[in-house]
Design a protein around this ligand. Structure first.
Ligand code: CP
Ligand code: NVA
Length: 303
């Protein structure tokens, strides 16, 4: 593993397997009340320039369960919000803490933080990727299906940060991927370049949800307007009309097809309430697994 977890594009298949296996082990230990084998007293700084429920709580609970301590730093309250350079913040936090998790807009900010940090940096979501989410999704699919290799994943909707990580992660784990995104809302070029370089599984990009959903084993979707894009909501509602996970689309998928949604969901937009509730078990397992996966990432990077 590298020093940091900045994007799934950086991880090898072995790195992903190590994190997923560690997450499974830590989950089993937690459920059985067994103490984790992790040095106590480690401190995680958590920088948030955007809202969060799952990422904040899973990292804060996760570091506590590992015997350490999490410090929440919002941009508004810290000196970052008053313009202190990210490179200086990196050097200061490196003197106090053992790891930094950051949620922000620009991927470049996370890369710069990592460059100037002596301690591991974890991307807790940028406009480019959401690696912690995709790892939790892979953990959940493996838990439900018993394997990843050979399954077909389908992405419906915006080719956003979560799409970039999910497409990359699924392909790296030997899954076929078909993504349905409207023109102008496709995944990042770096991800498409990576996807077209993959030899041992199939990647397909279409603007037709019914093509992407055909014979899928897991269907992913996410909101049509991500954090920072609220001003484009109306325009996006028009662009994504027809990109809804509903009964008609699910009927094209393989029997037992799972749904993964990173949450929060806009029911009635990217997914119907009925399909959401029918697949609530998988979706909330996915949310729970953020905790176990966050712990695994910290374990692998900090131990
Ligand atoms: N899925 C996810 O990252 O949720 P939060 O925005 O609540 O952290
Ligand atoms: N694509 C969403 C994911 C939220 C977890 C966003 O960036 O707002």
């Amino acid at each position: 593993m590298n020093k940091d977890l900045l994007k799934l594009l950086d991880l090898s298949r072995d790195d992903i397997t190590l994190i997923l296996d560690t997450a499974d082990r830590l989950k089993a230990e937690q459920k059985s009340g067994k103490k984790h084998d992790f040095p106590s007293g480690k401190t995680l700084a958590m920088i948030f320039a955007k809202n969060s429920t799952r990422t904040r709580v899973s990292f804060e609970v996760g570091i506590f369960q590992l015997g350490g301590h999490g410090i929440f730093l919002s941009n508004a309250d810290s000196q970052l919000g008053r313009g202190e350079p990210i490179a200086d913040t990196a050097r200061v936090l490196s003197r106090y803490c053992d790891c930094i998790m950051i949620r922000t807009f620009e991927q470049e900010e996370v890369e710069e933080l990592a460059l100037h940090s002596a301690i591991p940096v974890i991307n807790g979501l940028t406009d480019f990727e959401h690696p912690c989410q995709a790892l939790s999704d892979l953990m959940t699919i493996r838990e439900h299906k018993g394997r990843l290799e050979g399954l077909k994943a389908c992405w419906i909707g915006d080719g956003n940060n979560v799409a970039n990580s999910v497409i990359t992660g699924c392909l790296k784990c030997g899954m076929d991927v078909s993504a349905a995104c409207p023109e102008g809302y496709r995944p990042d070029k770096q991800v498409l370049d990576f996807a077209s370089s993959v030899k041992d599984c199939k990647f397909e990009l279409t603007d037709k949800p019914e093509i992407a959903a055909a014979k899928a084993d897991v269907i992913f979707t996410d909101v049509w307007a991500s954090m920072g894009q609220e001003g484009e909501s109306e325009k996006r509602k028009m662009a994504f009309k027809g990109y809804q996970v509903n009964d008609t689309l699910m009927a094209l998928a393989n029997p037992g097809c799972m749904i993964q949604h990173c949450l929060p969901a806009h029911k009635g937009e990217e997914i119907t309430e009925q399909i959401f509730e029918k697949h609530a078990q998988e979706i909330f397992d996915e949310a729970e697994n953020r905790l176990h996966c966050q712990k695994a990432i910290m374990y692998v990077l900090m131990k």
